[in-house]
Write a protein that binds this ligand. Structure first.
Ligand SMILES: [Zn+2]
Length: 346
């Protein structure tokens, strides 16, 4: 009996500050998805234990043995430390705990054994892979994925090679400094694009400018864009400035990565793409190194809400499974979700 023939199940894990998601898949379909709030209390092994328990719970629901798992691909908020084996995310480590990073690869390896393929990458790095395999990046060997959402992040593929770096932190474009002495960023630097153009930053800057709603309610990113469209001068100035700084970031990315295509996702961008996309393109056209930026395509993410489920799987799928999934597009079908309530956290 060929042992590896039995390894026909693929698991994708998506770790965020709010939720952990695990998806269970075969070479042609999704079987199950489990979502739980991210556990952040107890010893620093709590999170990896949660992931293992969620996988065990899915395996038992589906009646699968852990020896039948081909691989586990994890897409996580970064950054990573210790050569990319530990996760040290500001939204998880140090939030109600004193964790100096979350040990991840070693405990998974010990639990699932030496023959289980393990993949781990930043959520945007795994998203650029997912877009290349299943979304707007199909057919391209040089591409960049950028998300503009609660934060700003990116992933880069050059000559078909997914850039990872010494600790899997390559592509952290949200922390490109675009403004000297700019706002303090969560990373400790000043003037990162994330501290100017993320959803959170747009709201913070709008409040600093004295922009508020007439009904006195708390301001959201959507409100700032609505005020822009209603002709509010302060909101217009703020959004135009945001677009300029995004343009600087995209020009820098083009100089570094020499991409054929830049795929942009994230809620701040997706909900406002009609406004943002043409203005970003025109800024880059007028201000970047023309010989390098000429012909670079800017497109919205195609996978949108599906990207999180596909990201982890994209890190571990073998080529024959990739072509089957490209053909069948199982992510478009509804997955059965097992929503588990965990013991109350905090
Ligand atoms: Zn930063």
């Amino acid at each position: 009996m060929n042992y590896s023939m039995n390894r026909k199940y693929y698991i994708g894990v998506d770790i965020g500050g709010t939720n952990v998601r695990t998806v269970f898949a075969t070479d042609s379909e999704y079987l199950l998805k489990i979502v739980q709030p991210t556990r952040k209390t107890g010893p620093d092994t709590t999170l990896v234990s949660q992931v293992i328990q969620m996988i065990e719970s899915g395996l038992s629901t589906l009646n699968i043995h852990k020896g039948e798992i081909y691989g586990i691909g994890t897409s996580s908020a970064g950054p990573f430390v210790d050569g990319g084996t530990k996760i040290w995310t500001p939204n998880i480590s140090g939030v109600g705990n004193d964790w100096k990073g979350v040990p991840y690869i070693k405990p998974l390896r010990e639990y699932f054994g030496p023959n289980c393929i393990l993949g781990l990458a930043n959520d945007c790095v795994s998203s650029v892979k997912a877009e290349q395999l299943f979304g707007a990046g199909q057919g391209y060997s040089n591409l960049v994925y950028v998300t503009i959402s609660t934060g700003v992040g990116g992933g880069i593929i050059v000559n078909n090679h997914l850039l990872k770096g010494k600790s899997k932190n390559a592509g952290h474009v949200g922390h490109l400094i675009v403004k000297k002495d700019g706002p303090l960023c969560g990373c400790g630097q000043h003037g990162c694009i994330e501290s100017i153009a993320s959803g959170r930053a747009i709201v913070r800057r709008a409040k600093e400018q004295g922009i508020k709603l007439e009904n006195g309610k708390g301001l959201t990113t959507k409100d700032v864009f609505d005020l822009y469209h209603q002709g509010n001068a302060k909101a217009q100035e703020l959004i135009h400035e945001t677009i300029e700084y995004l343009g600087i970031m995209f020009s820098d990315i083009i100089s570094i990565a020499d991409p054929e295509i830049i795929i942009i996702g994230g809620s701040v961008f997706i909900y406002n793409q009609d406004l943002l996309l043409p203005k970003i393109i025109s800024y880059v056209k007028d201000n970047s190194f023309a010989q390098i930026s000429k012909g670079v395509k800017f497109v919205p993410s195609q996978l949108k809400e599906f990207v999180g489920d596909l990201a982890g799987l994209s890190l571990i799928f073998p080529s024959e499974v990739i072509s089957k999934w490209q053909q069948l597009q199982p992510w478009r079908k509804k997955i059965k979700i097992k929503d588990q309530v965990v013991d109350k956290v905090n």
